[in-house]
Write a protein that binds this ligand. Structure first.
Ligand SMILES: *Cc1c(COP(=O)(O)O)cnc(C)c1O
Length: 382
């Protein structure tokens, strides 16, 4: 990677935004949607103890997952998820593999006893979850915001919920299109929510959900681990065809150690959760996220060059897509931003334009640096 602070190849302005602290001369502001930026102090700690984890004389990537030093990590991570999200006692908290996409199948395989479920399709991942559901039964699309390119969430009070659905599936924050539920459905069937790109950034009442799941690589850890929080009474009787590895009950009964788990990712998740707790938990993370997103949306809304198309009540505080009037100018913006140490701003290939993912680990200074750069770009490209 380019050294942003040394004399050779130095980028003017990169140091002015204070990204050159301590040993981290090569750090940029990374706006990637996932895998994404992680707290610097967590990365530094992981580096410092990488060769000798917890006095074992081994790396955390080398020790047995049955070793007490490692099972303590899983227990700690689970306890922190419970504490930080106020998870009720009768819910399982498990760490599994295969990403959020594997859960698209695990959901019907664990829950679809009557062969029917409702899906609200508010973006690309919501659509994928719905399509996967169709493999196992009657996956009914009861809401769809594709008519206005997923720039809003349908009114959850007006949707035609099925009387006999086993569950209702939502994607709480739409990573690609930058929208989120302002209010969650209140439905008879258990609510299942993909919270991959916003978990731990907003306070939620877990008891209102049947299942919450999230791939870690957005707001929590490196890729490789997915958190599932599920009401235990719902997961006792998975479908006969459900693979053992996808049975949430099996994972719960085995404390997420049924087979070899993604040890390093769980370890990193544990460090991030500890850091989150030290910084004031989800409440503080939410306030910071609202503040950062507010700065960016305010700037965009007052800009004559940049535009965000998501309807205001549904704007995500994690993923902020924006465009200039032309694809050429978008490309120029992305290239020049990169030179200034503001990277991974290219929008998803389905949407084009730009997207700034401003997850929990993105410092306020990073968002301010982005806005300052956008201001300058706007001046120069009037
Ligand atoms: C990234 C993402 C996914 C896909 O996650 P994988 O871990 O790559 O399977 C699913 N849903 C949402 C909301 C996401 O942001």
């Amino acid at each position: 990677m380019r050294n942003l602070c040394g004399s050779a190849g130095a980028v003017p302005g990169a140091c002015a935004v204070n990204i050159c602290k301590g040993d981290s001369k090569m750090r940029v502001y990374n706006f990637s949607a996932g895998p994404s930026t992680l707290p610097l102090n967590v990365l530094e700690r992981a580096r410092d103890e990488f060769l000798d984890f917890a006095g074992t004389g081994m790396s955390v990537t080398e020790i047995s997952h049955r070793d007490k030093a490692f099972s303590a990590v899983v227990e700690d991570a689970e306890a922190l998820v419970r504490e930080l999200l106020n998870v009720p006692e009768d819910y399982a908290v498990i760490f599994v593999q295969g990403g959020a996409s594997t859960q698209f199948a695990a959901i019907p395989l664990n829950l679809m006893h009557n062969g029917k479920a409702d899906y609200i399709v508010t973006g690309n991942f919501a659509k994928k979850a719905w399509q996967e559901g169709q493999i196992y039964g009657d996956a009914v699309k009861i809401g769809d915001s594709s008519d206005r390119t997923y720039t809003y969430i349908p009114d959850v009070d007006e949707l035609p919920y099925s009387q006999d659905a086993d569950y209702v599936h939502i994607t709480s924050n739409n990573t690609i299109f930058g929208s989120r539920y302002a209010k969650f459905p209140e439905c008879k069937a258990p609510l299942v929510a993909d919270m991959s790109s916003e978990i731990f950034s907003r306070e939620i009442d877990v008891s209102k959900f049947g299942v919450i799941y999230a791939g870690a690589q957005k707001n929590l850890a490196p890729a490789g681990v997915t958190i599932v929080i599920a009401k235990r009474s719902l997961i006792q009787d998975p479908l006969k065809i459900c693979p053992t590895m996808l049975k949430w009950k099996v994972q719960d009964d085995n404390g997420s150690l049924y087979n070899t788990p993604p040890c390093f990712s769980i370890y990193m998740a544990d460090l991030v959760l500890r850091d989150l707790k030290e910084k004031g938990g989800v409440k503080a993370a939410n306030e910071k996220a609202e503040y950062k997103a507010g700065l960016l949306y305010d700037f965009i809304d007052n800009s004559s060059l940049f535009k965000n198309n998501v309807e205001k009540p549904f704007r995500s505080i994690m993923n902020v897509p924006f465009v200039t009037p032309s694809a050429e100018l978008d490309a120029k913006f992305i290239a020049e931003a990169k030179k200034a140490g503001l990277v991974s701003l290219k929008g998803h290939r389905l949407v084009g334009g730009m997207r700034a993912s401003i997850y929990n680990a993105m410092p306020v200074e990073g968002v301010k640096a982005l806005i300052a750069f956008m201001q300058k770009f706007e001046q120069e490209n009037k």
